[in-house]
Design a protein around this ligand. Structure first.
Ligand code: GLU
Length: 424
């Protein structure tokens, strides 16, 4: 049985934003919360042993008032089973709508998933490719460069994106169609900076927040919870901006290095030893000790539901940059707000990925490719503006940054909806 319903949570966030914006009309609230379409597909795959295995996949298209649906495809097997996955995909597609709106990229929200765990299920490369192409074929009708543009997510990479692009192109008269999907490898029409996008975006957000709070980044202490793609790049870019990383964690444990460490050195150590634990000069601490260490910047970059009310009371940081999705429980938000810690909510702090996806799609559409610095510069402009607009709303309505980001996003979608209206 499922403990919580992610779509109910996403709906509550929409309603909370509507409260602030004084949108009382129930119909409009429902319009904003519900996905436009949820497609559930059966994907039969011939396995290597000759037997057929049937998989279930989803694509939820939440809102396209501001542009084509946009969002990743994940391969995952949540505890609650297929039914739970459907609710999760609906929620995630809703968050994509708000994520794109908050940084003002002209795209809507979508999300897809296949109920499979490629690692646990030990699928061979061939089986995985047949599954991916089978799914692409089944959702082929509803995706397209001007309709719905998927991207990588949990357990999917550039490899799957290439297979989806190739399948879709072949279904559509063999037309070269790189813009049907983003997160592609560079030779397939991918964008520079896409691989570092999430972490780089988080670092830009933190720099913007530090400026607002008048915190000098030079020597500012950073704690990185989780040492995966998002947080390592966030750490590396913050380091380049002058900050000093002093704590990190992975699934094997957490460490504090009082004198600080170079992110590249810790990556090397993890590659050799399989964990951040045991890094020279470090002391092993509990997750709680790591998160509540005195520092300027805390980057929760791994798991959901890490900061609860109890932990929030003990936080000693000044900025939280949520590189992960949903690391803070709703009960912790008012406590963090009262402590005057600035939270850069996930839909803003980890929007670097979708920002660069947008720029990849633009480059695909025009057939001309930008340099790393051009792409990163354009992404920074979107993100910093999103942060500033969110901060302005948080001051105007005296609400925390998470709510403010939702208010900003809902306001932007409403503006588009008011222009377009309903037809047919
Ligand atoms: N899966 C990423 C996200 O949730 C990227 C989505 C995209 O690039 O479209 O933000």
């Amino acid at each position: 049985m499922v403990k919580h319903d992610p779509f109910a949570n996403a709906t509550k966030q929409v309603n909370d934003a509507c409260d602030v914006l004084k949108i009382k009309d129930k119909g409009i609230r429902e319009y904003l919360a519900m996905p436009n379409k949820v497609l559930r597909v059966k994907i039969p795959v011939k396995m290597d042993n000759g037997k057929i295995r049937v998989f279930t996949g989803f694509r939820s298209q939440h809102n396209n008032d501001r542009g084509p649906y946009k969002g990743g495809i994940r391969y995952f097997d949540p505890e609650g089973g297929v039914q739970y996955m459907e609710r999760e995909v609906m929620a995630l597609s809703s968050w994509m709508t708000w994520k794109c709106a908050v940084v003002d990229v002209p795209l809507g929200g979508g999300k897809g998933a296949i109920f499979v765990n490629p690692k646990k299920d030990k699928l061979s490369e061939g089986e995985l490719e047949r599954l991916t192409r089978g799914f692409a074929y089944k959702i082929g009708e509803i995706i397209g460069p001007q309709k719905d543009i998927p991207a990588p997510d949990v357990y999917t990479t550039g490899k799957e994106m290439t297979q989806i692009m190739d399948t879709w192109s072949k279904m559509n008269g063999n037309k070269y169609s790189p813009g049907v999907i983003t997160g592609k490898p560079i030779p397939m029409g991918g964008s520079l900076a896409r691989n570092v996008a999430t972490g780089l975006g988080t670092a830009y957000c933190v720099r913007g927040a530090a400026k607002i709070l008048k915190i000098n980044l030079k020597g500012a202490k950073v704690v990185l919870q989780g040492f995966g793609n998002a947080s390592t790049f966030a750490g590396e870019y913050l380091e380049k901006m002058g900050a000093k990383c002093i704590g990190a964690s992975d699934s094997k444990g957490s460490i504090i290095v009082p004198n600080g460490f170079k992110v590249s050195k810790l990556i090397e150590h993890k590659q050799k030893k399989g964990s951040v634990v045991g890094f020279p000069g470090s002391k092993k601490v509990s997750t709680e000790q790591l998160l509540t260490t005195k520092c300027e910047i805390l980057i929760p970059g791994a798991l959901e539901n890490q900061i609860d009310a109890k932990l929030a009371k003990k936080l000693q940081c000044r900025i939280i940059g949520e590189a992960a999705n949903g690391p803070t429980l709703p009960e912790a938000d008012p406590i963090i707000y009262n402590k005057k810690i600035m939270v850069i909510p996930d839909i803003l702090a980890n929007s670097g990925g979708v920002c660069i996806s947008y720029l990849e799609w633009v480059q695909n559409n025009m057939g001309y490719y930008w340099s790393f610095d051009e792409v990163a510069g354009k992404m920074e402009a979107n993100i910093v503006r999103g942060l500033k607009d969110t901060h302005d709303i948080s001051k105007k309505y005296k609400i925390d940054m998470r709510r403010a980001a939702m208010v900003l996003a809902v306001q932007r979608v409403m503006e588009a909806f008011e222009h377009k209206g309903i037809w047919p």
